[in-house]
Ligand binder design. Structure first.
Ligand code: ADP
Ligand code: MG
Length: 493
């Protein structure tokens, strides 16, 4: 399954080839939207999306942007959605549903969507599948991956593998290729941006490097138009439309439509009658947005994509001339300014005969089939996208596993005590590439308990950090001096 920020697709294998499984409504894609009606009934996909304007507070979309995150990390995001994003006592994100008067974790909402999608697939196949391979943005950190796996578990599924989006796309593209190629996969969807460089050929898929941004996607391009329209309206009418959830939902939908039209037209009209009312008089919003204006508004977003490509090439130690093919995936790669930037930077036309909407899900089917043993001769070598480290003196981060290390991997680091008789050591585990600990993602604290008593600095504790093929971290430890294993309580945050 491609569990996307905007839409999801379920796939399977038929006659040795990956195929898309339609949902119960007969569509190949399902909007990743879950809504609760006034009487508590649950709506999904297209049905949920259609009623968003009249039920903005109970309609949950772009939920993947919130998964596995602390409230602090998404502070700037919460005003951009029409539902109420709250902070629980542990600082985690919760989504409030007024219709049920209930808080949900983002993974609980996604679990409902997963249930419905799997149920539809089972009906379609006349089966009772309970195992799944889920695709996530390649640049997801450990917390985000864990939360997606939790969503699968909550849906009663066994998540066999979490696959990276760009890797899945490369699988679908290259699974019947014989010759070796170096490919760059550029993925810009609704909520996240990922770029990977891979060597592909003869059944071997080796990721050389991955970069990206998990808060950069089509939603951000929409938001540029929303802000532009709302700011202009505020100047004219002294009303901030972003404060009214229904008006905001209408603005977001209009911005999405305008953005999509600007991918083929050079200008578009935005027309929102009665978007606000002042002193009993209805106010309308009428505006023309040109492609030039849109490109100006979004230039910083396109720049962030460019930086991601430069980073991935540097990490892979390649020049642009080493890239044989460029694969575009994700709906937002239809934006002309994005394509222009890619062409200028890489000096190459992207591959055209790729279905940018379905290729990721088709790759997931291939990987699922390999895991299930039905397909053989495919070897996938992926990397961990972000450096893993620990907090050290002065609040800095010391790297243990550098980004773009092939997974599975195992690194060892040595720790000791700073006080006589100290029987435990607490290690703060971080993921990211910033120098200061506070600018990286805190994955949690690993507590080494039961260290045999000794003077300070004497214990020689070897801590083993392991990242498995899923990209998941585990921590274990032992005392070399006394040859005893040490219990590690790792509390992922
Ligand atoms: P996901 O976010 O689930 O990965 P997609 O890859 O389909 O989904 O990307 C969805 C994003 O692509 C949305 O923000 C959508 O508005 C945008 N999009 C789709 N078609 C176009 C288009 N023609 N021009 C610009 N953006 C588009
Ligand atoms: Mg996607």
């Amino acid at each position: 399954m491609d569990l996307g920020t905007t839409k999801s697709i379920v796939t399977g294998i038929s006659g040795g080839k990956p195929i898309v499984l339609e949902n119960a409504e007969g569509f190949r894609t399902t909007p990743s939207v879950v809504a609760f009606g006034k009487n508590g009934n649950c709506l999904f996909g297209e049905t949920a999306k259609r009623q968003a304007v009249t039920n903005p507070e109970n309609t949950f979309y772009s939920v993947l942007r919130f998964i596995g995150r602390s409230y602090e990390e998404v502070r700037n995001e919460v005003t951009k959605v029409t539902y109420n994003v709250q902070k629980d006592n542990n600082g985690n994100v919760k989504l409030f549903c007024p219709a049920l008067n209930k808080q949900f974790a983002p993974e609980e909402i996604l679990a409902q969507l997963l249930c419905k999608l799997v149920e539809d697939a089972n009906k379609k196949l006349d089966g009772s599948f309970t195992q799944i391979a889920i695709v996530v943005p390649a640049y997801f950190n450990d917390s985000q991956r864990q939360a997606v796996r939790d969503a699968g578990k909550l849906a009663g599924l066994e998540v066999l593998r979490i696959i990276n989006e760009t890797t899945a796309a490369a699988l679908a593209y290259g699974f019947d290729k014989k010759s070796n190629e170096t490919i760059l996969v550029f993925d810009l969807g609704g909520g996240s941006f990922n770029v990977s460089v891979l060597e592909v050929g003869d059944g071997v898929f080796e990721v050389l490097a991955t970069s990206g941004d998990t808060l950069l996607g089509g939603d951000d391009f929409d938001w540029k138009i929303v802000d532009y329209l709302a700011n202009e309206f505020e100047v004219d009418q002294n009303i901030d439309l972003r404060k009214d959830r229904q008006a905001l939902q209408r603005l977001i939908e209009a911005a999405q439509k305008a953005k999509t039209e600007l991918s083929s037209a050079t200008q578009t009209e935005i027309n929102l009658p009665c978007i606000a009312v002042t002193q009993n008089s209805p106010k309308h919003l009428d505006r023309t947005v040109t492609r030039t204006r849109f490109e100006k508004l979004c230039s910083d977003l396109v720049d962030r994509c460019r930086v991601g490509i430069e980073n991935v090439l540097r990490d892979a130690k390649l020049n642009k001339s080493d890239i044989d093919e460029v694969l575009l995936i994700g709906g937002s790669t239809r934006i002309p300014a994005v394509q222009e930037m890619l062409k200028n930077l890489l000096g190459k036309e992207p591959k055209q005969n790729i279905n940018r909407d379905e290729v990721v899900a088709l790759g997931a089917a291939i990987q699922g089939s390999v895991l299930g043993g039905a397909m053989t001769g495919i070897l996938l070598l992926d990397v961990t996208p972000l450096s893993l480290g620990v907090e050290t003196l002065g609040g800095s981060m010391t790297n243990i596993i550098p980004r773009n290390t092939a997974v599975p991997t195992k690194f060892v680091d040595n720790f000791s005590t700073t006080e006589d008789g100290q029987n435990n050591v607490k290690i703060h585990i971080l993921q990211g590439d910033a120098e200061l600990a506070k600018h990286n993602k805190s994955l949690g604290f690993s507590c080494l308990n039961g260290i045999p008593p000794a003077s300070k600095g004497v214990p020689q504790i070897e801590v083993i950090f392991e990242i498995n093929v899923y990209g998941f971290l585990s921590v274990s430890a032992w005392d070399k001096r006394t040859q005893t294993s040490i219990t590690v309580n790792f509390d992922p945050q």
